[in-house]
Design a protein around this ligand. Sequence first.
Ligand SMILES: Cc1cc2nc3c(=O)[nH]c(=O)nc-3n(C[C@H](O)[C@H](O)[C@H](O)COP(=O)(O)OP(=O)(O)OC[C@H]3O[C@@H](n4cnc5c(N)ncnc54)[C@H](O)[C@@H]3O)c2cc1C
Length: 415
Amino acid sequence: MEPNRKSYDVIVAGSGPGGATVAKEMAQLGKKVLILEWGNKAPIRGWMPQFIMNAGIPGKSLLITNNLLGMVRGIVTGGSSVYYYGTAFDPPVEMLKSYGIDITKEIEEIRNELPTSPLSDNLVGPMARRIMESAVDLGYDWQKLPKFIYQDKCKADCWRCNYGCPYGAKWGGQMFVDEALENNAEIINKAKVTKVIIENKKAVGVEYKKKRKVHQAFAPLVVVAAGGIGSPMILRESGIKGAGFDYFFDPLITVMGTVDDIKGGREIPMATGIHMEEEGYMMTDMTVPKTLHLLFNAETSKDSLGGRITKRGGVRKKLAEKDKNKLFKGYARAREILANAGAKDIHKSWYIAAHPGGTVKVNELIDSNLKTEFDNLYVCDCSVMPEAWGLPPTFSLVALGKRLVKHLAGETKLQ
Ligand SMILES: Cc1cc2nc3c(=O)[nH]c(=O)nc-3n(C[C@H](O)[C@H](O)[C@H](O)COP(=O)(O)OP(=O)(O)OC[C@H]3O[C@@H](n4cnc5c(N)ncnc54)[C@H](O)[C@@H]3O)c2cc1C
């Protein structure tokens, strides 16, 4: 049955950490929520074929920039957080405050609601431990990283995080979607939102494609949360032409080596690391199953703004020389750490791009309450981030989702 015009209080397009948080919080307030999600909602099994289906389809979930950087995103309920590493990095509070966004309360709420502790020692894998010991030995302040992981649900020697946790141990947006559904939200999967329906400069609903047919759904409030690449595409089609330009991602290289005495691959990745704030990058262990790749140590950097999302969702962007230089600096340090850990055959990968954002920036295309130029139309995902800060963004996005719902519920005043 086609949803009728007055069925919902709010439509959320996309169910990554940003969208799922908005959907859950709205549903808990008793609002009738419709989630439209391009991906499927099959149970996460933690195996490679499902990972490839949800995050490895070229042109859809595996995007290649014109500089040949690969960028993976999850097109599935929960978005990329189904496949992320669960690292709960503190949000860039001061940077966001300078744009009129204060999320300090929400950060506290999240700490009370979700697990954010570093892994207990028995869950830090042997490779991560070896790298940490080596880095500390060389004088680095290398630490265990905070994790969105329910550690009591983790299994010993488990590597499935990479392919989506089947045990409910790694928190992801799909868990907030389930909570929304328990509170009478509805989800339509395999529904690709194409544009927001605007009448008299107000959002009144969305158009979406499912099984090659065009459908419409209506609500007096629309939150676009289709991620750093998906949201600007929807917004452009809806009349916000400036979306999708001058964006950022975190370029990443992996530095690999081999040791004889540890069998790799059965570890939670990104268990430990260091943020080299002054040099503008972070280094972390990144052990993934052999079948995916033996990535022994990785670093990410924050890049400069630039580039554009094409009409068809392609990613165009050149890696600036200064960003490459940062990565080379980190590469030299990572080499030293691996060599000190006893690794041989040390080499690095080609560049990978992670965490695309800044495609619908606060202060440019949306205000500090995440509202667009159209009434009743809001954006809540990584696209709203006004600046690159070079660290994984999930914690910040959940906080922004909570703050947005408070605003929509009238708890905060329009600024
Ligand atoms: C391998 C990997 C490891 C990572 N590790 C970490 C980590 O440790 N810590 C961390 O904080 N971050 C990590 N990240 C990044 C993190 O997962 C993302 O930054 C985060 O998921 C972005 O959330 P989002 O809400 O912006 O959008 P997304 O997670 O991209 O979700 C967008 C959703 O919208 C859907 N969608 C897209 N287009 C449409 C459309 N037209 N209509 C309907 N639905 C649509 C998608 O299917 C998806 O479900 C990692 C990412 C990857 C890929």
